[in-house]
Design a protein. Structure first.
Lengths: 163, 163
DNA sequence: TATTGTTATACTCTATAACTATA
DNA sequence: TATAGTTATAGAGTATAACAATA
């Protein structure tokens, strides 16, 4: 249990973190803003999935997910096939062009990070990664998709039905 | 020097971090969005300053700073006085109402963090804070405002003059 | 009646460019 | 001519609400 001053300092770092993300965003391909990059990354990492699953992984509302996906589909990086098991759903899958784009994203971010973090040790990079992952879990933004033990209460990834 | 997979994982955490910030933002007072909170926090921490200085600390363009400041001034939380030394400049200062608002912000964020991070040790909170601060420095989003050694080249906090 | 996904609308944050008033 | 700050405009991200199609 930390003290108030410590929390305030942490919040200050949260607030200022946007600058890092923007800096990283500047080197991304023009047609591929952050939202699209996140979609490609998660599909590459977790394989084909439905919209609802992607929304959960992105930790944003499904309406937002729908927009990002539409943008990515329009550029031919993923395809939406109907789900034979449930005609309301659509399965998302990376196309070859999507894989290529994903490689390019990875190449660029790796290049930038290798340069900017050249004086960081492996262990420090790992520490930051772990702490940020744990932070997300502590905030319960997403149940961390742990295989076992489904969450006691459903996390909402969409606007609740109003009726 | 880390490896590609490590960097990719780190970038994934960067991308997902937005969810934490949004979660924290939800408990803020309605009239005080993130931009306003940042302005108040920096003024409280560093004391009275000019627009350009604030823009540097926020690590955003001065046009953005101007908007945030206007919002905060409109709510009576800070005042803009002319700078006697340079009539182009304006000095920003927290009003009593601004101090009160700042206290409220601090109270709320501390409360939320104390709850969410209840199983974090002091040391872990400090580690995350330090690593995020170092990350910012490594990205050179801002020269970290270290007293000595002014940066060799001026960091731009505004749109360059087009002429 | 409930769920999956889409679209319309609105709000926040940001950057670029043009403009003003001073230096 | 250069700098401090403002404003207008545009783009990205997000949430809420209403809607269509299917369970």
């Amino acid at each position: 249990m930390a003290e108030r001053a410590q929390y305030e300092e942490l919040v200050r770092q949260f607030s200022a973190f946007g600058a890092v993300k923007r800096e990283l965003g500047r080197i991304m391909p023009a047609e591929c803003p952050g939202g699209s990059a996140a979609v490609l990354t998660l599909l590459g990492r977790h394989g084909d999935m439905r919209m609802s699953k992607l929304a959960e992984l992105l930790a944003v509302d499904m309406s937002v997910t729908s927009r990002h996906v539409a943008h990515v589909v329009a550029r031919g990086w993923i395809e939406r096939s109907p789900d034979p098991a449930d005609k309301r759903s659509r399965i998302l899958r990376l196309t070859p062009a999507g894989h290529a784009q994903l490689d390019e994203l990875s190449r660029r971010t790796t290049e930038v990070l290798a340069e900017r973090l050249s004086d960081w040790t492996d262990e420090e990079v790992g520490q930051l990664t772990d702490l940020m992952a744990r932070l997300r879990e502590s905030f319960d933004c997403r149940p961390a998709a742990r295989a076992a033990a489904p969450p006691a209460f459903e996390r909402t990834t969409r606007t609740p039905a109003s009726t």
